[in-house]
Design a protein around this ligand. Structure first.
Ligand code: HEC
Ligand code: HEC
Ligand code: HEC
Ligand code: HEC
Length: 223
């Protein structure tokens, strides 16, 4: 009697082991298939040049555009009287996400490219305008005046009831001292250090650690 029980137990344990091995095999196989199909899809989008479909994934090139200057930006900590604040930042924009107007004189034939990038690619202090130059957050776009225009009148072309809306709030860290999430869209905001590092960065959002160049390793995107 005793012998019979232990035999059927061995058979039972054997079946369990086989079933467990099978399910682990099926599970890992389907997991790896799922992964490769995702990366294949991403790759296909990349090679066909439509990576903009994934604005919050495919912006590595922009994110690291200022990596070589990160240390320098970290040293530019002398706050001048012309320091920018969030409210100044938004005063030049029709609404959060809109291109700021050009606040300084520009020659009519200065359309973009190096005319603007001599200053806006590197930043730095311009005595003539008594201000630090904000670095362009989208280094790939060169036809600047397609989107940025100087203000030429105070009046409206036509009456309108348009109102702007509030920008997203800052300071939503999960715990005291943990990295706050990115509260804004990344459209035309790929070059993080342009706005978050150096003397031209807005005071409230100037990062204390521009040298940690891989921002999105710690800061996640908040939808
Ligand atoms: C001589 C250097 C220099 C050149 C050339 C220059 N800029 Fe600027 N730009 C500045 C400085 C400095 C500021 C900051 C001015 C301030 O805040 O009062 C600025 C501010 C701006 C801003 C406002 C950014 C913001 O968020 O407030 C825009 C937009 C801009 N420039 C666009 C352009 C365009 C487009 C061109 C080319 C047609 C150009 N700039 C050429 C130095 C320059
Ligand atoms: C396709 C439209 C477009 C083009 C072209 C473009 N910009 Fe912009 N730019 C924007 C928008 C939109 C913003 C606002 C981003 C935001 O605040 O979310 C912006 C923001 C900026 C800022 C503000 C950064 C800050 O810290 O406040 C600067 C400076 C700037 N652009 C410079 C340039 C220069 C210089 C060029 C050309 C070399 C250029 N832009 C080309 C749309 C454009
Ligand atoms: C055109 C300028 C600009 C660019 C480029 C930009 N940001 Fe921001 N960021 C802002 C502004 C302005 C705020 C404040 C909220 C708002 O108004 O959108 C902000 C807020 C944040 C905050 C929240 C800070 C806090 O104290 O809660 C984080 C984190 C952040 N950004 C990370 C990033 C990262 C990472 C990138 C690059 C992928 C980036 N930002 C690119 C302008 C910018
Ligand atoms: C290794 C992780 C890590 C990386 C990488 C990182 N951050 Fe942070 N960040 C943090 C933490 C943690 C805080 C919160 C600090 C605190 O509360 O004292 C923070 C805070 C911030 C803030 C709020 C203001 C401040 O300095 O406290 C901004 C803005 C910011 N980071 C932007 C950036 C940008 C832009 C980059 C890339 C150039 C970046 N961070 C890279 C961990 C990181």
């Amino acid at each position: 009697m005793k012998k019979e029980i232990s035999e059927s137990r061995i058979v039972f344990i054997g079946i369990c082991v086989v079933m467990m091995a099978t399910s682990i095999f099926i599970f890992t196989k389907s997991l790896s298939q799922e992964r490769s199909s995702i990366s294949n899809e991403l790759f296909a989008k990349k090679v066909s040049g439509t990576e903009a479909v994934f604005p919050d994934i495919a912006q590595e090139k922009e994110v690291f555009a200022l990596a070589g200057k990160a240390k320098l930006l970290g040293k530019q900590s002398t706050y001048s009287s012309s320091e920018r604040t969030l409210s100044n930042f938004y005063k030049r924009r029709a609404y959060p996400g809109a291109p700021p107007k050009i606040p300084h004189e520009v020659q009519p034939d200065m359309v973009g490219g190096n005319n603007c990038l001599t200053c806006h690619d590197n930043g730095g202090y311009v005595a003539k305008f008594s201000a630090y130059t904000p670095v362009t957050p989208h280094p790939g776009m060169e036809n600047c005046r397609q989107c940025h225009v100087p203000e030429t009148t105070d009046a409206l072309f036509q009456e309108t009831d348009w109102n702007t809306f509030d920008p997203p709030e800052i300071g939503h860290s999960a715990l005291h001292g943990s990295p706050p999430p990115i509260p804004h869209s990344l459209q035309l905001r790929g070059n993080c250090l342009a706005c978050h590092g150096g003397a031209a960065a807005v005071r409230e959002i100037r990062s204390s650690h521009p040298e940690r160049i891989n921002c999105r390793q710690c800061h996640v995107y908040m939808k």
